[in-house]
Design a protein around this ligand. Sequence first.
Ligand SMILES: [Cu+2]
Length: 118
Amino acid sequence: MRKTLILTVALSLAAAGGASAHARLLSATPKAGTTVASPQMLVLHYSETIVPAVSSVAVAGPGGAPVATGPLALGDKDKRQVTVAFSAPLRPGAYKVAWKMHTPDDHNTDGTFAFKVK
Ligand SMILES: [Cu+2]
């Protein structure tokens, strides 16, 4: 009984430690679900340091057309901040962002969110 409990606690701690090293999206500009004026760039804040060479952000515009962007860049001081500049102003409509981030612990996480341009 006691051994089982100790093992369970150890496993929970191991799981929590592993999960904390995965990149979770903490905030985004434009914010998910909002309608904004044409943004010049996307700014994404993650819970972990990002490895930019093996991470990606893909943006689809109205009708699912791919949106041209510059390369994924990290913040000068904060390597958990990802920026992607749009190559041209965005026309009005719905946009979907699909991100895939790689962290130094060799794990990938991904997610999507949407915003609208007025
Ligand atoms: Cu991880």
